[in-house]
Ligand binder design. Structure first.
Ligand SMILES: NC(=O)C1=CN([C@@H]2O[C@H](COP(=O)(O)OP(=O)(O)OC[C@H]3O[C@@H](n4cnc5c(N)ncnc54)[C@H](O)[C@@H]3O)[C@@H](O)[C@H]2O)C=CC1
Ligand SMILES: CC(=O)C(=O)O
Ligand SMILES: [Mg+2]
Length: 603
């Protein structure tokens, strides 16, 4: 079959991944000498074999002994362990930033080694390069800035973006993560400093989805900031002006999207951490024209839906019971509304369009009802009528504790960005839940913004709960040898597969069905035995495996909907003839893996 040929071509490309900048002749890399050592993509540090040192002008630029990749790896891990030991007892922020720095330095120097240690130790390193530490990095980004990574497009670049996009040195870009820094995790508007987020998300793409790091592009769209503290900070690296609004803002995003599409028509753009109004508006504006998605709305929705379906199974109920679950969502922003929209679609699919879901939505002003003045259009489908709330003994604007006490929900899900909002009283009220296994999802990031901690959830709501948080917490020792399992409900289980699947089938657009397939795949990944133990999501150690499955599910949905236009030598026809197993294999074969490849041809 044709695709098999393409697959082996892809494998050999992977083996000699550095060939993308090849020139004819004896060496694969066009650079020489110190330029190679200063290029993290080609650099092997002390690992350059003697033949490469000879032929690439490296002789004398390195100490004489050649160190193997394995030795370099062990040496880095030893340094990391020493750092952990030496910083014991120091404030958590100091330790976290020290860990980030040592990893970042390796990233800047030697990408192959960096991505290998990241992949192999993802459980230890994800909290450093992703949430929670990435939040701290963003808060301190201007001070921490040493070397540029990715691209910055600012309001001052209007009219220039089409030429600027060609300043990016790589010929091909597959995956772009774009932010305007306006809602970074639960930390608010961090302006240009939000750049840490696209960088961290794309590191997860490489580690989890095997996207080739030479083909990723983190992007900051700096349209100003409304953060007064940053505007006054003399070190602040972004534009010192209030955020652009309305058409001025949209024209900047439009210009960027056109420029990207002109240079890399098949690149996928992930919108990340845009404030709610622009998150929804840009999604609607671009989703039928470009291959793009909004991770906070859609990725979060997919991961939350998988967890919600898991909670139904944990109660020993069939999935069709989902429509009967009482779900209280705290936070009516891009993430909370995305989750409810997808949950509503699931109810309608499983129980028919007539089914009435039991969703309750709260924001900072309490329960959202139809009587509310200035209700956001996206929240309207979830606003309760007065009749409905009176039936539950509630009033317009009832607060969280009142809602939990009266509704006795099966699930309490937080996407408010407010740390500790699930306080002792709220958690204790969950003991009266109508579920035999009440579920508490404290999904806000970073750690200090989580609605509650794992320890507090098990302590106050009881041992029989299932618990998930957006940032990692340790499992909870319940005494008597029992452990309260802490899940990580984070869109990292979904966006890498959504991007990878879309890329490998050459999706024209990303549809709701592709997202739904991703969520269902994630939900069905867990066994009944795991679910019974309160394990709703896989361990992060298996994130590559789950991402391959999610990617394949996304591809199948794209093929079924005829939005898959093919990738490389694999055309839509070949894609449509692949079996389920062949698609999974195709995905796995196309995942990049960090190894040192020869930089010169053998003579
Ligand atoms: N675990 C995950 O995968 C993800 C987590 N998140 C987290 O979700 C949080 C919210 O993100 P967005 O929805 O994009 O933010 P947003 O700013 O669009 O929405 C926040 C919402 O929370 C509400 N809120 C604020 N204070 C509240 C309170 N005391 N009680 C109830 N509601 C309150 C606001 O009124 C607003 O509706 C952030 O912390 C973010 O890190 C977002 C995406 C993915
Ligand atoms: C995880 C994520 O996307 C967020 O907290 O915004
Ligand atoms: Mg986000």
């Amino acid at each position: 079959m044709m695709w098999r040929v393409a697959r082996s071509a892809a494998s050999s490309l992977r083996q000699t991944r550095r060939m993308s900048t090849a020139i004819a002749g004896p060496s694969i890399v066009h650079k020489r000498g110190a330029d190679i050592l200063h290029d993290p993509w080609f650099n092997k540090d002390t690992g350059f074999p003697l033949t490469e040192r000879d032929r690439l002008g490296l002789r004398g630029l390195l100490p004489p002994r050649v160190i193997s990749f394995e030795q370099q790896y062990a040496r880095f891990m030893e340094s990391y362990s020493s750092l952990e030991k030496n910083t014991q007892g120091q404030p958590i922020k100091v330790v976290s930033l020290a860990k980030w720095r040592i990893l970042n330095r390796l990233h800047d120097r030697n990408e192959t080694l960096y991505y290998r240690v990241l992949m192999d130790n993802i459980k230890s390193f994800a909290p450093v390069i992703y949430t929670p530490t990435v939040g701290l990095v963003c808060q301190n980004y201007s001070g921490l800035f040493r070397r540029p990574r990715g691209m910055y497009f600012s309001a001052k670049d209007k009219g220039e973006m089409m030429s600027m996009i060609y300043n990016w040195p790589a010929h091909q870009v597959d995956m772009i993560v774009l932010t305007d820094g306006s809602r970074i995790l639960g930390l608010g508007d961090l302006g240009v400093q939000g750049m840490g987020i696209p960088i961290g998300k794309l590191d997860m793409y490489v580690a989890a989805a095997g996207i080739n790091p030479q083909r990723i592009l983190p992007v900051m769209l700096d349209v100003g900031t409304n953060n007064e503290k940053l505007l006054k900070d003399r070190l602040y690296l972004g534009l010192r002006q209030p955020r652009l609004e309305g058409e001025e803002f949209l024209s900047i995003v439009d210009e960027f999207m056109e420029a990207v599409h002109a240079r890399w028509p098949k690149a996928i753009v992930q919108f990340e951490d845009f404030q709610m109004k622009w998150a929804f508006e840009t999604l609607e504006r671009y989703r039928t024209r470009f291959c793009m998605f909004n991770d906070d709305i859609q990725g979060t929705a997919g991961v939350a839906l998988a967890g919600l379906l898991g909670t139904v199974r944990s109660q020993g109920r069939p999935l069709t019971d989902f429509a009967n679950q009482k779900i209280v969502v705290v936070g009516a922003g891009s993430a909370g509304l995305g989750v409810l929209k997808m949950a509503l679609q699931a109810v309608s699919r499983m129980s028919g369009p007539e089914a009435v879901p039991h969703f309750f939505l709260l924001d900072k002003d309490g329960l959202i009802t139809k009587e509310r003045k200035c209700i956001d259009p996206a929240a309207v489908p979830f606003a309760k009528s007065l009749g409905e709330i009176e039936e539950c003994g509630l009033n317009e604007g009832s607060g969280l504790i009142e809602v939990v006490k009266k509704v006795k929900p099966h699930v309490l899900l937080g996407l408010s960005g407010v740390g500790g909002v699930f306080n002792e009283e709220v958690l204790k009220a969950m003991r009266e839940s109508d579920s035999i296994k009440p579920a508490i999802f404290a999904m806000s990031n970073p750690t200090a913004n989580a609605e509650c901690t794992g320890i507090d959830a098990f302590k106050h709501a009881g041992e029989n709960i299932v618990f998930a948080s957006g940032s990692p917490f340790e499992n909870v020792d319940l005494g008597n040898g029992k452990v309260g399992h802490v899940n990580q409900a984070n869109n990292m289980y979904l966006f890498p597969g959504l991007g990878l699947g879309s890329l490998l089938c050459g999706a024209r657009i990303i549809t709701d069905e592709m997202l739904q397939a991703a969520a269902e795949c994630l939900a069905s990944y867990m066994t009944d035995e795991e679910i019974q133990r309160g394990v709703l999501y896989p361990s992060i150690d298996s994130i590559r495996d789950i991402t391959a499955e999610v990617g394949a599910a996304v591809m199948r949905a794209a093929i079924a909907q005829e939005v898959a236009e093919g990738h490389g030598d694999v055309g839509p026809n070949e894609l449509s003839h692949m079996s389920k197993d062949e698609i999974i294999q195709y995905v796995k074969d196309n995942m990049w893996y960090p190894i040192y490849s020869p930089l010169v041809h053998e003579k």
